[in-house]
Design a protein around this ligand. Sequence first.
Ligand SMILES: [Zn+2]
Length: 103
Amino acid sequence: MTHRPCDDCLAPTDCADMVTLEDGNHVCPSCELDDRRKHGSPYDRGGADSYYGRPYAPHYWPEGTYNGYPVSHKDMTTAQVKEYYKGFHDNESAGNFKDWGDE
Ligand SMILES: [Zn+2]
């Protein structure tokens, strides 16, 4: 068994904790979480929809928010919909909403 460091932060991590991403990168759990929550990810979009008071509508942007095309609910995996749900509800419970001011 080889002990390969994390491809992102290069931290030497125990093999058992390492995760292989879709792009083949071998990363530690904290980098894997960052990757799942980067801009455009289901988690990120769920949080943004909640923040802006938009309706709950799972989607994500594989190439980053507003780059390329969004993937809609019907084309998402269950895991991705769960990430969106988590992003949305984490923000709801944090009560982090945009202040639209008095218009
Ligand atoms: Zn790492």
